[in-house]
Design a protein around this ligand. Structure first.
Ligand code: AHR
Length: 633
């Protein structure tokens, strides 16, 4: 293939181009990137998921009951655990054991903990980190009780093991003298060091895995999880703020209670920490699950539109405003940097032909938001142009398009955005290759099995799709793979970008992660035209330039029957110029990165070669089937 790349004449690329989408699915938040180590720390519940004692285990023959005491810890956390001696309590101490979120990583580092107690007790509490067989105690601390009758009292502590545990099969134990009788406990919390040392923060290793992707935007808080699987339980920004004792939690969409410890402020801090732009989703009046056909009328929706304006004032308003003052009271005087607001999630999928989203719901939000914040880019979640606002103005709406599909189909979508609207731009807020190629199936058939891990052929097809998007960087704002995370001990959705357990050495960066890493870390400011003697297929490509002479050429090879020779020349680049070629490959299309018997298997290989331009300034190289490559000059 002979390719001549021009120096000018393309389109400016979106600076967002590669980003992240996050929702609490697959225990990606609670039990995942949110670093809290204690599972069910506050016995949160709802009619959907009543409070539970799971996974707490009594020690010393203690007897547990869940109680709504006459004096609650807070309105948000009314339920606590009563820990009482029983006839089996023989050794003088009783207590409660938490196995963490399927384990606790123990290292020689500082763990910061706290718990609240109700009941008179003058003795001491002992907190410890132990192996789950309790034959190894890695750290233990006695702290004097400050407990009083008729009052909830907080106890804070630090634990610092001097050695690392050999694995993550460890537990946290809190004990006291059985002679105290029954005591009530709530909000029992333990954090390891977090990313950027944020209190109530995130797991550093998983944040690093995101940072490696050089993301530019962060679509939060969903996905389906913003909608709630049952009536009255959408994600509510103002119930995710402030002290943990003030956060009631909610039934998430994905089959488990969300603590909301990872709340709006934490998401925005996450953006600050990774220097990325939030794309804030707001609920648009549609429930999922059994209530999927209950869509709010305009009158029912109006208070939610007002609620969105309150949320935006919390994020963007001056500290003199009502909700700006609330932000300031939480320690954030300066507004955050928010430019994109998305209305709902996948709101075209459930309308059964009569789109209430297009007829009134989107416009209610669009009109109200743009009246107060004319500079905000408002994104419809319809994925098409059925709901648009601001046509012909300098602030037209965008739309969020999602695609889950098969490798062959992804490749056919290389040109999807060639004729897309340049006025109403598209965000590809979710994409992933979820199945193998199956005869006669176009797109994705949700009744057929999905691949358990992203495959290499899938990742290459995503690369082709991504190059198609890059070629249209003036029409597409950016793209984010979904879902981002999978807790291998409890998940609802595979395949996923990053899979993990409680043990950071078991984190699997998928084949898709490798592709995004390569493409996202090689950005450019504008595309440039490429003249070729061959059509697209089996090679697909895009070229861009950041500054004169500094080119980036990207290509992916899909379904080649033999090696593909390239001769690529760049306008203004002469014989003898240097280039760097980075090539990703894997043993075959069905290869995947995975965790097998507790060991990470990583099949993707990255080769980096220095090239020198030959006669006429062209770079000559050969790529094999299912190679993804980037050449920079
Ligand atoms: O990413 C998983 C789910 O797929 C999201 O919650 C939803 O938006 C989509 O249907």
């Amino acid at each position: 293939i002979n390719l001549n790349v021009s120096a000018t004449g393309g389109n400016a690329s979106s600076p967002l181009m590669y980003g992240l989408m996050f929702e609490d699915i697959n225990h990606s938040g609670d039990g995942g990137i949110y670093a809290e180590l204690i599972q069910n720390r506050a016995f949160q519940g709802s009619t959907e998921y009543p409070s539970t004692l799971e996974p707490w285990v009594p020690t010393g023959g203690a007897f547990f009951t869940l109680q709504n005491t006459s004096i609650p810890l807070s309105k948000a956390l009314p339920t606590s655990i009563s820990v009482a001696p029983s006839s089996n309590s023989t050794n003088g101490t009783i207590g409660l054991l938490n196995p963490g979120w399927w384990g606790i990583e123990v290292k020689p580092q500082k763990y910061t903990g706290s718990f609240w107690v109700l009941g008179a007790y003058k003795g001491k509490f002992t907190v410890s980190l132990q192996s789950d067989l309790a034959d190894d105690v890695f750290a233990s601390l006695d702290l004097p009780s400050k407990s009083e009758s008729g009052k909830w009292v907080e106890h804070k502590f630090e634990l610092e093991p001097s050695v690392a545990a050999p694995n993550s099969n460890n537990t946290f134990i809190l004990e006291f003298d059985a002679s105290a009788g029954a005591l009530n406990f709530n909000l029992i919390s333990l954090f390891p060091p977090t990313y950027n040392d944020r209190p109530n923060g995130n797991r550093p290793d998983l944040m690093d895995a995101l940072k490696d992707l050089n993301p530019s935007f962060f679509r939060i808080p969903g996905g389906n999880n913003i909608e709630g699987d049952s009536y009255h339980y959408p994600w509510r920004w103002n119930e995710t703020l402030g002290p943990l004792a003030e956060r009631p939690g909610r039934p998430g969409t994905w089959g488990y209670e969300n603590t909301d410890g990872l709340g709006l402020v934490e998401y925005l801090n996450w953006c600050t920490d990774l220097s990325i732009t939030p794309v804030l989703a707001v609920w648009a009046g549609m429930y999922l699950g059994d209530e999927a056909d209950h869509i709010l009328t305009a009158a029912e929706l109006a208070p939610w539109v007002d609620d969105t304006l309150d949320e935006l004032e919390f994020i963007l308003g001056p500290s003199s405003s009502t909700f700006g003052a609330l932000r300031t009271s939480l320690g954030y005087r300066e507004p955050w940097d928010l430019k994109y607001v998305e209305i709902g999630n996948e709101d075209n999928l459930y309308d059964n032909g009569a789109s209430t989203y297009a007829s009134y719901r989107f416009s209610m939000f669009y009109d109200a938001i743009s009246a107060v914040y004319p500079e905000l880019n408002i994104v419809s979640s319809a994925g098409d142009y059925s709901a648009v606002g601001g046509s012909g103005t300098n602030n037209p709406s965008s739309t969020d398009f999602h695609i889950y599909t098969r490798p062959d189909y992804f490749v056919t979508q290389f040109g999807k955005f060639d004729n897309a609207s340049r006025e109403h731009k598209t965000l590809v807020g979710e994409y992933a290759c979820v199945q193998g190629n199956l005869d006669e199936v176009v797109g994705v058939d949700w009744d057929l099995p999905r691949v358990p891990w992203p495959t290499w052929v899938g990742a290459v097809s995503e690369a082709v799709w991504s190059l198609g998007i890059e070629r249209n960087g003036d029409a597409v704002l950016g793209m984010s793979y979904a879902p981002g995370f999978q807790n291998l001990d409890s998940y609802e959705w595979a395949p996923d970008l990053i899979s993990f357990t409680a043990d950071p050495s078991q984190t699997v960066l998928s084949t898709s992660h490798y592709v995004i890493n390569l493409l996202s870390n090689n950005r450019y400011n504008a595309t440039v035209p490429v003249v070729s003697d061959s059509d697209f297929g089996p090679a697909y490509w895009v070229a861009g330039v950041s500054e004169p002479g500094s080119y980036t050429f990207k290509t992916a090879i899909y379904n080649a029957t033999e090696a593909v020779p390239f001769s690529v020349s760049f306008e203004g680049v002469d014989e003898g110029a240097k280039g760097t070629l980075s090539v990703l490959s894997a043993p075959d299309g069905l290869s995947n990165n995975a965790l097998e018997d507790g060991v990470v298997v990583d099949v993707v290989k990255k080769d980096v070669k220095e090239l020198v331009a030959g006669v006429g300034g062209s770079f000559e190289f050969e790529l094999g089937n299912y190679n993804v490559a980037v050449l920079t000059t």
